[in-house]
Design a protein around this ligand. Structure first.
Ligand code: KG4
Ligand code: ZN
Length: 414
């Protein structure tokens, strides 16, 4: 408990009364009967404070989110203590909004599910501290959630997808390929050895000062790159996809980032402009970066599909590839992945954009999945801790590398 009190002080001592008053504010629709089990999901692992109420059939009864993106855009990245403070300021309101929208009173909940791993320590602490007090007051079961598992399972809320399926998670903080065999049965096939693709795109966008571009000033880095890339020619720059000789499913974006950085510096010299001004070749750079990232991601995913089929871990025809995370909304990257799924007789599925990025629905839904499977439902929360670092499932990436599968070249005519 020490960690929690230290990191989420706002909800320590005086909060019992706050929580009591918070719970007393729910006195609507007495006597309404819910036929299905209801789970409240709470997410604070990074820079979104989110909550949702979902029933066991997958109906989203209410949801609310507070995004910190605008604040972090101004500071050029997430400052953990700022994120923590913003979570503290918003969590009660967001949970209240989700519950009010759902017309469910806290006493009607079957369980409370909260992200406890992995993520920013200071952010996770706020959500966990708040949830534990709620659980304590309401005497409800608690379901700790792994953030990545929740991303991976979201597709089962929107589509009828059976286990096993392959999942590619690509965002600002995540980059992994995993085989999903069950609600809490994952095989990790590969991950980024350094930064995530969204992080790299954000860094390149910042270096190109796209925030000063009139069409991109309110966009995230990745979205700004996608937007500008449409006006550019990807063939004007020839960046090689990383790790071409490593026959595994791992990713890397740091090396490419440094090469692009150097290229930008050189272009600034050539164009005679200062750092901070927008290059005339910015759109061409954006197009080339986006294409290189797409090719890298597509190649590793292609190998993961071939590996799973070779080992009979996935259906030979009609296997499903799920792509999620903020970067999954990039249409160029999706097209590259479509070329791969067409070539391997797989079906490509993406949750809708609002469920691709961090949200409360995916946490509540993971709670529903666990409730239905009877997995990881806690009736005592003693000793529960958040875990900033926590791998997803069993790591078989070494075995994947040892298989050294050669991936046939596909024409990426996008
Ligand atoms: O999933 P998300 O909202 O948050 C986490 O990182 O967990 O993803 C945000 C990331 C950012 O790095 C952002 O630049 C990137 O997703 N992103 C995109 C696009 N929209 C958001 N990257 C490429 N193309 C996009 N259209
Ligand atoms: Zn996430």
């Amino acid at each position: 408990m020490l960690i929690l009190n230290k990191t989420a002080g706002v909800f320590s001592k005086p909060s019992k009364r706050n929580m009591y008053e918070f719970l007393r504010s729910f006195n609507f629709h007495p006597g309404k009967l819910f036929l299905h089990k209801l789970v409240l999901g709470i997410e604070t692992s990074c820079d979104d404070t989110a909550a949702a109420v979902v029933d066991e059939t997958g109906n989203v009864l209410g949801e609310a989110i507070h995004s910190q993106t605008e604040v972090h855009l101004k500071t050029g990245g997430i400052i953990p203590s700022v994120a923590q403070q913003l979570h503290r300021e918003n969590i009660q309101r967001i949970v209240q909004e989700a519950l009010s929208a759902s017309k469910v009173s806290p006493s009607e909940l079957s369980a409370i599910a909260t992200t406890i791993k992995p993520g920013l320590a200071l952010s996770l602490g706020v959500g966990l501290s708040f949830s534990l007090q709620l659980v304590d007051q309401l005497k409800k079961p608690f379901i700790p959630i792994h953030h990545m598992e929740a991303h991976a399972l979201t597709i089962r809320l929107t589509n009828k997808v059976e286990f096993p399926f392959l999942v590619l998670l690509i965002s600002g903080g995540h980059c992994l390929l995993a085989l999903v065999r069950g609600v809490s049965d994952f095989l990790l096939l590969g991950k980024s050895l350094d930064i995530a693709p969204g992080d790299m795109l954000d860094k390149v966008a910042r270096r190109l000062s796209l925030i000063k571009h009139p069409e991109c000033s309110t966009m995230s880095g990745g979205k700004a790159i996608e937007h500008l890339a449409k006006q550019g020619n990807k063939l004007h720059f020839d960046f090689k996809p990383p790790m071409q000789h490593a026959k595994n499913c791992d990713f890397s974006f740091s090396g490419l980032h440094h090469i692009i950085d150097k290229m930008i510096m050189q272009k600034e010299k050539e164009e005679g402009i200062e750092k901070g001004q927008i290059l005339s070749s910015a759109a061409d750079i954006a197009a080339a970066v986006q294409h290189t990232v797409a090719c890298h991601i597509a190649k590793r995913t292609h190998r993961a599909i071939l590996f799973c089929k070779q080992r009979d871990l996935l259906c030979q025809s009609n296997a499903v590839l799920v792509v999620s995370g903020g970067v999954a909304s990039n249409l160029h990257i999706r097209k590259a992945l479509e070329i791969v799924t067409d070539a391997t007789q797989c079906t490509l599925l993406c949750p809708p954009p609002r469920l691709c990025t961090d949200n409360g629905v995916m946490i509540a839904w993971n709670g529903v999945e666990r409730l239905r499977a009877g997995l990881g439902i806690l009736h005592s929360t003693e000793g529960i801790r958040y875990e900033p670092k926590c791998p997803l499932g069993a790591d078989i990436s070494k075995e994947v590398g040892e298989a050294a599968i050669k991936v046939p070249r596909l024409k990426m005519n996008i």
